[in-house]
Design a protein around this ligand. Structure first.
Ligand code: PLP
Length: 272
């Protein structure tokens, strides 16, 4: 089995129970990031590690804070909001929403998040912009791209990204930073690789179309099971949960409820 297999890796992450555990896990992940960078001649300073704390209770998030984490990714807005409130005493902790957003939750995101990585509709862009204008501040956003070709997964089809991005300057509170994707959940590295390579090519094309235009610096791609491959294809943000906090008790289908049959059957194998 490939070392990139998410299924394999998912089973092997012990729950981080102490500050030391989190610190050690962060160190291991950073070393792996550095190794992946060196394989392709990149500078590890170009890769931002975003720890993902979904399903992790606030007591264990405090361990991560003590271990040095100052930003966290959460997939669901309500869970993120609840945690942000419970951890409001940690004033310099920043929250990044990395999951699909409904327009009626835009208000909440505008209030407490510092980044939104899953923009894929003009309605959400408009709702966010309105709330942000009212709040008097901006928000970093990434456009989510569906690179896996799974019909029901969130994100724009690659062919629609350029025209979508061209419309975003109308929403002046949104600072467009780049693109985000979830690769295919597969044990076949070649298929995962194809998703990441597609993102790399897409960014090149967007930059050519509008040199110096929209800020297309960031590629957010790669999770615990596939971040090295993503870095080799140019990821500037990796979103990593289980390799830092330990295996999740819940299957990913709780977060990507609309995945197609292929992915769902893969996910069921994850359940311990
Ligand atoms: C959960 C999640 C991750 C992190 O996955 P791990 O397997 O815990 O590393 C990354 N991106 C998104 C959108 C997620 O929901």
């Amino acid at each position: 089995m490939s070392p990139l297999s998410r299924n394999e890796q998912r089973r092997s992450y012990p729950i981080a129970q102490s500050v030391e555990d989190v610190r050690r896990n962060l160190e291991v992940v950073r070393k792996r990031i550095a190794a992946a960078c060196s394989r392709v001649g990149r500078n590890p300073a170009e890769v931002r590690l975003l720890p993902v704390s979904k399903t992790v209770p606030v007591e264990r998030i405090r361990l991560a804070y003590a271990a040095g984490c100052r930003e966290l990714g959460e997939n669901k807005v309500q869970e993120a909001q609840r945690k942000a409130e419970a951890l409001a005493d940690l004033a310099d902790l920043r929250w990044s929403i990395i999951g699909h957003l409904q327009t009626n939750k835009a208000k909440t995101v505008a209030r407490f998040a510092s980044e939104f990585q899953a923009l894929d509709s003009l309605r959400v862009a408009e709702a966010l912009d309105q709330r942000l204008q009212a709040e008097g501040h901006g928000l970093d956003v990434l456009v989510q791209v569906n690179t896996s070709g799974e019909a029901s997964k969130f994100g724009l089809p690659p062919a629609e990204v350029a025209s979508f991005v061209r419309k975003l300057p109308a929403f002046s509170a949104l600072r467009v930073r780049g693109l985000m994707t979830l690769a295919l959940l597969s044990d076949d590295p070649a298929r995962v690789h194809r998703c990441f390579a597609l993102m790399r090519d897409l960014r090149v094309r967007l930059r050519q179309e509008a040199p110096g235009g929209f800020g297309m610096e960031d590629l957010s791609m790669g999770m615990s099971g596939d971040f090295e491959l993503a870095i080799e294809e140019g990821a500037t943000i990796v979103r990593i949960g289980q390799a830092i906090f330990g295996s999740r008790p819940t299957p990913d289908t709780d977060y990507w409820p609309n995945q197609d049959r292929a992915s769902t059957s893969t996910s069921s194998e994850h359940t311990p």
